[in-house]
Design a protein around this ligand. Structure first.
Ligand SMILES: Cc1cc2nc3c(=O)[nH]c(=O)nc-3n(C[C@H](O)[C@H](O)[C@H](O)COP(=O)(O)OP(=O)(O)OC[C@H]3O[C@@H](n4cnc5c(N)ncnc54)[C@H](O)[C@@H]3O)c2cc1C
Length: 320
């Protein structure tokens, strides 16, 4: 049996977790798939998992789990995996999923293969995973009594199960120690933008050093608003303090997979492309026709973004 850590918000499983569930179900090959959901709102997210092949959803309820505490999540995951016992444990390869699974590996001494895109049952388990920010695909074998695996977001398409199951929702209170709660989220700083998540946005308008200043992002925000898009940026921008790190796209930022990525004044460094190559289409707006991003762009406008971006916004307004 396979156990999957399912992240959720607003009573809904995250897209990345549903992708992890899809791969875990294939790996399970007909064996039962259980889910672990942690924190408030878990029960409503659990109820919808039957269409993704989950037969039992374990919902961890504990007063200390109101905020994210990676060791507490790892302890909870270890407890459920041991109790079942789980043959393998999956999670989404998000910042949170990778962190919890790394801590689970450290606690249990089991090896973790992070950011997998394909996994076949073993032993040993054979897998393909993303390395070097996605610029290298590694084929590996994982010999472990309980493989720990995370699934790189946006590399596996979510598929509903052919036959939906009725989920048995099992609330429980995990046994947590004080040490499990030493690291925990103390404060949430709301992401900038209009509440559209960068990971799940269909359109992302992103600005790089070419935008020139924090204030220069007003035109990026304006276009994003007209397109119901999320705003992203490059690391040059976050390093300059023009935008928060939550907006950064790339190897050390967020990996996105929108229908269209509009990159304004971004040169297209490998580390940036590692975050946006999941986009179906890329439109580059850059004054340098030789910028590296041109090699990845489906469409390009060569010129000054300070003229082009407002002109696109004006054109959209005209047709509204
Ligand atoms: C370990 C490591 C991890 C990294 N992780 C990330 C990451 O996650 N994300 C990331 O983005 N980077 C990352 N980087 C940094 C990366 O290597 C680049 O330095 C960065 O992406 C450059 O940002 P940029 O494209 O905005 O700036 P630049 O490379 O300076 O490019 C600016 C672009 O703007 C264009 N431009 C200038 N003015 C205008 C104008 N008026 N109109 C139109 N175009 C204009 C220029 O032609 C140029 O192409 C990482 C680096 C390292 C070493």
């Amino acid at each position: 049996m396979v156990l999957v850590l399912v992240e959720h918000s607003d009573g809904r499983a995250s897209d990345a977790s549903l992708q992890a569930l899809t791969l875990a179900r294939t790996f399970a090959g007909g064996e039962p798939v259980h889910a672990l959901i942690v924190g408030a709102g878990g029960a409503s997210a659990a109820a919808a998992l039957g269409s993704h092949g989950v037969s039992v959803a374990h919902v961890a309820d504990h007063e200390a789990l109101g905020v994210f505490a990676p060791d507490a999540w790892a302890a909870t995951l270890a407890e459920v995996a041991e109790r079942l016992p789980a043959g393998a444990v999956f999670a989404a390869g998000t910042d949170r999923g990778n962190e919890v699974m790394a801590r689970l590996g450290a606690r249990t001494g089991l090896p973790l293969a992070a950011n997998c895109i394909a996994v076949a049952e073993g032993p040993p388990v054979t897998l393909t995973r993303l390395r070097w920010g996605g610029s290298l695909l590694e084929e590996a074998r994982l010999d472990s009594p309980r493989p720990l695996l995370t699934v790189a977001p946006h590399t596996v398409a979510t598929e509903a199960a052919t036959t939906a199951t009725v989920v048995a929702v099992k609330p429980f209170t995990p046994a947590l120690d004080r040490e499990d709660l030493v690291v925990r989220v103390a404060e949430h700083i709301g992401a900038s933008g209009r509440g559209i998540s960068l990971t799940e946005a269909k359109v992302v308008v992103s600005g790089g050093r070419g935008v020139g200043s924090k204030e220069g992002f007003a035109i990026i925000e304006e276009l994003a608003g007209l397109l119901s898009a999320a705003v992203g940026c490059s690391r040059a921008v976050t390093s300059a303090g023009w935008r928060p790190h939550t907006d950064q796209v790339g190897q050390t930022g967020t990996k996105i997979a929108p229908d269209i990525y509009i990159a304004c004044g971004i040169s297209g460094a490998t580390q940036h492309l590692a975050g946006c190559k999941g986009a179906k289409k890329i439109l580059a707006i850059n004054s340098d026709g030789e910028a590296p991003i041109m090699l990845s762009a489906d469409y390009a406008v060569i010129g000054d973004l300070k003229e082009i971006v407002p002109a696109i916004s004006a054109e959209i307004r005209k047709h509204r």
